[in-house]
Design a protein around this ligand. Structure first.
Ligand SMILES: Nc1ncnc2c1ncn2[C@@H]1O[C@H](COP(=O)(O)OP(=O)(O)OP(=O)(O)O)[C@@H](O)[C@H]1O
Ligand SMILES: [Mg+2]
Length: 392
């Protein structure tokens, strides 16, 4: 079979179905360097993370920077708009411009096309075709030793040899940090907000008057770039402080994605709907029940508060582990005992679902009972400690 010749260094093998980003890329220098080293070492690197955190944008940056080091360049396959009938293999075949031989199995076509290539293949947004993308990736890597795959997915592919890189949110100024304009603009999330706000309000900048509100806004948006971009459009008609005041209605407020944005990213709600739809029912139940926790919690609390009708106590851990895998729950690895936390955006979405589920009263009273019991336990321990102290 005749495969079109490669186009070293050219753009033919950097095919995209969407226009290249015209907005500026902010920060992430160390992350990019680390990811670049990973692509040099591992045949499959997967960027994972919550929706809108910047996986696709980072992957494009990586591909731009690395495609010249692959004799056959790079090829981008966007799977979020996949034609279900064509499947993942069909999408890759189209992106590689493999000549149409409709009687052949698309998987064979792709394997033949890639076998002797030295190419960087980016598979973008694998999460909703995870099994199929994983199976095909394993076959490509076995058949084509010169191919490196860079995947983005809200959840890892779990293919042998995969190097998973979790993409964190952009850094935001901590609550108790210096709120001066100079200090806050050292944080990536603030730089993104200011940059995007300027496309709506050209002279927008961090000033002594608005810096604290800007910092607070970035924190409330969990440093998620997409949420920050959506919020920036509102700075057209609201000040940063007014936006903060209204952010308890974030799902109504953050709805004005740029007209070119794909449907999934036009609103904050649509972004999270897409994650929610990819959860099995026990994960959906746990997600909404966990939203009663304001701060972090441990596995025992999750089991006790959330394990009842529809999601029994024994099933909580499994569902919790799946939510971590999907980047919907953040593990905090401070000490020996891991605690978990929902990002504020995820929690508020969960609270809405909880209110609609009919379970809210039960979950709240279980939550109260759990902490009352926990407080009583502490009460029992304290006198002992005091006795110990006075005796020592
Ligand atoms: N470092 C960055 N600098 C500038 N803009 C960014 C950065 N990271 C992300 N963005 C912007 O934020 C938006 C969301 O990013 P992106 O589409 O990469 O998220 P994602 O993690 O791939 O989300 P999804 O899971 O929905 O596919 C995009 O408009 C993107 O251009
Ligand atoms: Mg993406």
């Amino acid at each position: 079979m005749e495969i079109p010749p490669p186009d070293p260094g050219g753009t033919a093998h950097l095919r995209r179905t969407r226009p290249a980003a015209v907005t500026s890329f902010i920060g992430r220098e160390a992350f990019l360097a680390e990811a670049e080293r990973a692509v040099g070492r591992a045949s499959l690197v997967t960027l994972t993370g919550i929706g809108g955190v910047g996986k696709t944008r980072l992957a494009y940056e990586l591909v731009e920077g690395m495609r010249k080091s692959f004799p056959d360049g790079a090829c981008v396959v966007e799977l979020d708009t996949l034609d279900r009938d064509a499947g993942v293999a069909g999408a890759i075949a189209i992106a590689l411009a493999v000549p149409d031989q409709s009687n052949r199995d698309p998987v064979d076509k792709v394997l033949d096309a890639l076998r002797d290539r030295r190419l960087l293949l980016m598979l973008d947004n694998c999460e909703h075709v995870l099994q199929e993308a994983a199976a095909l990736t394993a076959r490509v890597l076995a058949a084509a030793p010169g191919v490196r795959i860079l995947a983005t997915s809200r959840e890892a592919l779990m293919v042998a040899g995969e190097q998973i890189i979790a993409v964190p949110p952009l850094r935001t100024p901590p609550e108790d940090s210096d709120p001066s304009p100079a200090a806050i603009t050292g944080y990536e999330a603030v730089r993104l907000l200011v940059d995007r706000a300027r496309s709506h309000v050209p002279d927008f900048e961090a000033t002594p008057a608005n810096a604290a509100a800007i910092a607070q806004l970035c924190r409330l948006l969990d440093g998620i770039p997409l949420a920050i971009e959506l919020a920036a459009t509102r700075l057209r008609s609201l000040s940063a402080a007014q936006l903060v005041e209204r952010l308890d209605r974030r799902f109504q407020l953050l709805t004005v994605g740029d007209r070119d944005a794909i449907a999934r990213q036009k609103t904050l709600r649509a972004l999270i709907d897409w994650s929610h739809e990819l959860c099995a029912e026990p994960e959906q139940i746990l997600w909404r029940r966990l939203s009663v926790f304001v701060g972090s919690f441990d596995i025992e609390a999750a089991e006790e508060v959330c394990g009842f009708d529809g999601l029994e106590r024994d099933a909580v851990f499994d569902a919790l582990d799946r939510l971590v895998a999907k980047s919907l729950l953040v593990p905090e690895r401070g000490g020996e005992r891991i605690r978990y936390r929902q990002l504020m955006t995820i929690r508020e979405y969960g609270l809405e679902l909880l209110a609609a589920s009919g379970d809210e009263g039960t979950v709240r009273s279980r939550h109260r009972d759990h902490y009352t019991r926990a407080a009583r336990c502490v009460g029992q321990i304290l006198p002992l400690t005091r006795r110990g102290e006075s005796g020592g």
